[in-house]
Design a protein around this ligand. Structure first.
Ligand code: AMP
Ligand code: GLY
Length: 423
C-alpha cells in the first residue's frame, strides 16, 4: 500500500513510524515532512496547505490512503478535496473541522447540547466586549475565534489585562482575521487532561489519556507554546472520571456533530479541565495533538492503519483498539528562545540508540547532515513499566541528542507525579 501523510512535525513523525509497523505499507510520502522524517518516508516539497498540489500528487502516485494531520489543511477542506477524487482519508471534513476552526462554533455547540464547558459570551464588536469586561469577574479568559497556533488564548488576571487582550485581538489585529471575533469565558481551575479519540461519526474510542506541558519554562512559567512535553497515562484521569466523560462529553459531542449534519470522522481531541464541579471542555481539536501523539501512539498495540481505516469506513465498533498499560514520557528539545526569537541552522546529532525514540519536529537535511530549522526541534519518548522510569529514561535520551542551543524543560512529568502523592 502507498500512503500519504500531510504535515511535517513531531506528530507526523510519530504517525509515520507507527504506520510503518504494518507490513502491508510499502511506501509513505510525507508532504512536506522534514529532515528527520526523511529517514522513514519520502518527503515531497508540497506545503501542507497547498491542497490542489496535494490532490494532484496523490492522484499521480495513486496513493491508497491519506492521513491529513494538521489543523490548517483540515479546516481548509483537504479531506473533502481528496475524497472528491476518490482518495480515502483519515481526518474530518471542513464542516466537521469547524469544531476547532471556530471557537464560537465549538462553544455554541456545547451550549446547545448541554456539554459541560466554561460559561462564556462571544463578541464581534470590540466596544461590546469592553463593556462586558467592566462588570465581569477576574481572572477571565479571552480567546481569538479562529486558528492562532495555540497562542490565541490570554488568561487575564486584571481588568486592564483583559481590556488589552480585546484591543490587541479585535482592534490591532494581533492574530489577523482569527481575532476579529472573540470568546470571553470563565476562568477554570483544575488538572488538565488531553484525551485523543478515534471516531467514525457514531462510535468514539478514547485513546490512553495524556498530559501536556504548554508553558515554556519549568513550574509552568513563561509563555504558552505548542507543548514542551507529555506523559501518558494522565494519573488524574481515573476510571470513574473516564466513565463520566464518556457519558457527559464524548458521546454527546459525537451525537451533536452528527445531528448538526457534520459527522466527525478521524481523531477528535478533547482538552479537559477536571474542575471541582466535574470535567469540563476547554477546547476541541480536530486532529491528533502534538506532542500528545508522541506518547499516545507509542503505547498503541493495535495496528494504526487498521484503526484509521475503520474510522473512514464506519466500522470502528467492530475494530479492536488496544493500548499497553505501560507509561510514556516525551521531552521536547527546543531552540532556546522558543516560542519567541530563536536561532536555527545548527547541526544536530542523534545517537543511534536514541533514533527509535526520536520524533523530529524541526530539522532539515543539508549534505547529509541534520540542521535545526524550527522552535520545537525533536521529541524523545521513553516507554517503561512505570511513570518515574519513563521520565528518567526520556531525560537520558535527551542526553543522546546534541545541537548548540538545545533547551528543554527539566520538570516534564513532575505534575503527574504529584497526583500520586495527592491520592
Ligand atoms: P486552548 O488553546 O483553548 O487550549 O487554551 C490554551 C490553554 O489556556 C489551555 O491549555 C489552558 O491551560 C488555558 N485555558 C484555556 N481556557 C481556559 C479557561 N477557561 N480557564 C483556565 N485556563 C484556560
Ligand atoms: N498539544 C496541544 C495541541 O496539539 O493542540
Amino acid at each position: 500500500m502507498k500512503l500519504l501523510v500531510v504535515g511535517g512535525g513531531g506528530r507526523e513523525h510519530a504517525i509515520i513510524k507507527k504506520l510503518k509497523e504494518n507490513p502491508e505499507v510499502e511506501k509513505i510520502f510525507a508532504l512536506p515532512g522534514n529532515g528527520g522524517i526523511a529517514a522513514d518516508a519520502e518527503c515531497v516539497p508540497i506545503g501542507a496547505k497547498d491542497i490542489p498540489a496535494m490532490v494532484a500528487f496523490a492522484l499521480e502516485q495513486q496513493v491508497d490512503y491519506a492521513v491529513v494531520a494538521p489543523d490548517d489543511p483540515l479546516v481548509l477542506g483537504a479531506v473533502d478535496a481528496l475524497n472528491e477524487k476518490g482518495i480515502p482519508c483519515f481526518g474530518p471534513t471542513a464542516a466537521a473541522a469547524q469544531i476547532e476552526g471556530s471557537k464560537v462554533f465549538a462553544k455554541d455547540l456545547m451550549k446547545k447540547y448541554g456539554i459541560p464547558t466554561a460559561a462564556y459570551e462571544s463578541f464581534d464588536d470590540a466596544a461590546a466586549a469592553l463593556r462586558y469586561l467592566d462588570t465581569a469577574e477576574m481572572p477571565i479568559v479571552v480567546k481569538a475565534d479562529g486558528l492562532a497556533l495555540g497562542k490565541g488564548v490570554i488568561i487575564a488576571q486584571t481588568r486592564e489585562e483583559a481590556r488589552q487582550a480585546v484591543v490587541s485581538m479585535m482592534e490591532e489585529g494581533m492574530f489577523g482575521q482569527s481575532g476579529s471575533r472573540v470568546v470571553i469565558e470563565e476562568f477554570l481551575a483544575g488538572p488538565e487532561v488531553s484525551i485523543l479519540s478515534f471516531t467514525d461519526g457514531e462510535t468514539v474510542v478514547p485513546m490512553v489519556s495524556s498530559m501536556d506541558h504548554k508553558r515554556a519554562r519549568d513550574n509552568d512559567q513563561g509563555l504558552n507554546t505548542g507543548g514542551m512535553g507529555t506523559v501518558a497515562p494522565n494519573p488524574y484521569y481515573t476510571e470513574a472520571i473516564a466513565a463520566q466523560c464518556m457519558e457527559e462529553i464524548f458521546l454527546p459531542t459525537i451525537r451533536a456533530m452528527k445531528a448538526e449534519g457534520r459527522p466527525f470522522r478521524g481523531c477528535l481531541y478533547f482538552g479537559l479541565m477536571l474542575t471541582p464541579k466535574g470535567p469540563k471542555v476547554i477546547e476541541y481539536n480536530c486532529r491528533f495533538g502534538d506532542p500528545e501523539t508522541q506518547v499516545v501512539l507509542p503505547l498503541l498495540e493495535s495496528d494504526l492503519l487498521t484503526v484509521m481505516r475503520a474510522t473512514t469506513e464506519g466500522t470502528l465498533a467492530q475494530t479492536e483498539v488496544k493500548f499497553s498499560d505501560k507509561s510514556a514520557c516525551c521531552v521536547i528539545l527546543a531552540s532556546d528562545g522558543y516560542p519567541q526569537k530563536y536561532q536555527s541552522g545548527f547541526e544536530m546529532t542523534i545517537a543511534p540508540e536514541a533514533l527509535p525514540h526520536a520524533f523530529v519536529a524541526g530539522a532539515k537535511l543539508a549534505d547529509g547532515k541534520l540542521l535545526t530549522s524550527g522552535g520545537r526541534v525533536i521529541g524523545l519518548t521513553a516507554v517503561e513499566d512505570t511513570l518515574p522510569q519513563a521520565i528518567e529514561e526520556a531525560y537520558t535520551l535527551t542526553g543522546m541528542v546534541h545541537f548548540e542551543n538545545a533547551y528543554c524543560r527539566r520538570d516534564i512529568g513532575a505534575r503527574a507525579m504529584k497526583a500520586f502523592k495527592e491520592a
